[in-house]
Design a protein around this ligand. Structure first.
Ligand code: HEC
Ligand code: HEC
Length: 336
């Protein structure tokens, strides 16, 4: 056969085969995927600070330890309310003409998955402290510090974002610790990472390997929620396991007048709507509202905090808490 002695024919045949196969196994399926997949109605493309933050996320190599994909298995349930799907990534644009689309799905999970971290950990203060030195908020963390995203200033300007970090982490720093633009952009990106809800009426796919049906949330003692577990999941990252908080950032709940006094209204209001009363502390986000707490959740947490760390507050019943939650809602709508 003269194809083996004629280099032109040989290369043309091999090249045509290569291009043909590429078209059928890579390009056509990709076009098909793009045609059949649309971004979810509520998803918006990144812009501004969040987009700049994504580039910093890439350049700092965060993807080496963090995935952004909720797999359809039971153990991934903690990372999102439903398994991820193609539509979740359909809004991600090409980075630039020369750079491919960065979905940042990742392959390693040395740290937790970040698909829904914007909902799980919405606090800007927490994220800034954590980036400056993860050990400030999570004692045993093995995540590296990103101190170069911060600077110290003796006389910060009014517009500077000051990060309140306990003094033992501030060795060698004179004046106030200020977040650089890059830190703020990176946090804007982290805060933008939220799993988009499916359109109303669409049932989300179930996680595989379901183990057990959840108990209904009622207030009787048999099914009372585990206040300690709720505290660990929702409050401990800031107020710490020993309830003592962190000096200069998060107040102590041990011996706190709010926790121990009988003024339930302020306590419930703080849990549901957050708190920003004092300059020496950061801001507490609306943890309860974000997590859609019911009176059963709130009562379980209050009872845990009132009976831990030497606190002596009176236990509450979910019905009491419900009355206050309704009252706070009415007050909030009236104020609008
Ligand atoms: C060497 C691996 C490693 C790298 C690199 C890394 N992380 Fe982490 N990250 C972790 C670990 C481990 C945790 C869990 C402990 C903790 O909260 O500090 C974590 C936790 C987090 C959390 C909190 C997640 C949650 O569910 O509460 C965020 C947000 C985060 N990392 C963001 C980042 C960003 C942004 C970068 C890049 C600038 C980064 N991480 C780089 C290992 C890493
Ligand atoms: C992102 C960090 C963060 C998380 C998470 C958080 N808090 Fe807070 N919390 C704060 C900060 C900061 C303050 C102080 C705000 C201020 O005074 O300006 C505060 C204040 C409080 C106070 C008032 C204490 C006092 O003596 O003044 C209570 C009570 C409280 N939080 C309860 C909770 C509970 C319960 C949860 C979990 C459901 C929770 N917090 C989750 C940051 C947090």
């Amino acid at each position: 056969m003269n194809i083996f002695s004629n280099h032109k024919k040989l290369y043309t045949t091999a090249g045509t085969l290569f291009l043909g196969l590429t078209f059928f196994t890579a390009i056509m399926p990709a076009l098909q995927n793009q045609k059949n997949t649309e971004p979810l109605p509520e998803s918006k493309p990144l812009s501004g600070d969040a987009l700049a933050g994504k580039m910093i996320y890439i350049s700092e190599g965060c993807v080496a330890c963090h995935s952004q994909q909720v797999r359809n298995v039971e153990m991934d349930k903690v990372f999102g309310s439903r398994p991820g799907m193609a539509a979740d990534y359909a809004n991600i644009e090409r980075t630039s003409f020369w750079q491919n689309t960065a979905t940042l799905m990742g392959t390693e999970r040395t740290g937790p998955d970040l698909t829904d971290v914007g909902n799980r950990q919405p606090s800007k203060d927490w994220n800034l402290m954590h980036l400056f030195n993860p050990r400030t908020v999570v004692k045993q963390s093995i995540m590296p510090s990103y101190e170069w995203l911060f600077e110290s200033k003796l006389h910060p300007a009014k517009t500077d974002v000051i990060v309140n970090v306990p003094s033992e982490f501030l060795e060698g720093i004179n004046g106030k610790l200020v977040a650089k633009k890059e830190a703020l952009q990176l946090v804007a990106y982290i805060q933008s990472l939220k799993q988009i809800p499916l359109p109303e009426g669409v049932k989300s796919p179930d996680f595989l390997y379901k183990k057990q049906v959840k108990q209904p949330l009622t207030g009787n003692s048999k099914t009372e929620l585990d206040g300690q577990a709720l505290y660990i999941a929702n409050c401990q990252s800031c107020h710490q396991a020993n309830g003592e908080g962190l000096k200069g950032a998060f107040p102590s709940l041990k011996g706190s007048p709010v926790v121990n006094a009988d003024n339930l209204e302020l306590y419930v209001d703080i849990i549901m709507n957050g708190y920003d009363a004092r300059a020496e502390y950061g801001v507490m986000s609306a943890v309860g509202t974000n997590m859609e707490f019911t009176e059963n959740h709130v009562a379980a947490i209050i009872n845990y905090e009132r009976t831990s760390w030497g606190n002596t507050g009176k236990k509450v019943k979910p019905e009491e808490v419900k009355k206050i939650m309704d009252f706070i809602k009415i007050k909030a709508t009236a104020a609008k």
